[in-house]
Design a protein around this ligand. Structure first.
Ligand code: ZN
Length: 72
C-alpha cells in the first residue's frame, strides 16, 4: 500500500504495523473507531533520508482506501 509523504509530496510504500480500537465521543454517544498504525518505509529526498522515513502515523482504518493513505 501507499502513503502520500507530506515532506516529499510523493506517494511512498508503507505497511500497517498494528490495529487498535479507539473510542470517540460523537453526536450519538460513544463510537468505536478502528485505527491503524502505519509505518512509512525508508526513502530518500534528494541525497538525504526524508524526514518521513521510518515514521509511524495513526489513522482511522476507513480513511485507508484505494491504496492511498493521507495524514489526518
Ligand atoms: Zn518523504
Amino acid at each position: 500500500m501507499k502513503i502520500m509523504c507530506k515532506w516529499c509530496n510523493v506517494s511512498m510504500n508503507c505497511h500497517i504495523v498494528s490495529e487498535e480500537i479507539s473510542e470517540h465521543h460523537g453526536t450519538y454517544g460513544i463510537d468505536s473507531v478502528k485505527m491503524a498504525k502505519i509505518k512509512i518505509h525508508k526513502h530518500f529526498k534528494g541525497k538525504n533520508y526524508c524526514k518521513g522515513s521510518d515514521r509511524t502515523i495513526t489513522t482511522p482504518m476507513d480513511k485507508i482506501n484505494d491504496n492511498k493513505v493521507h495524514y489526518q
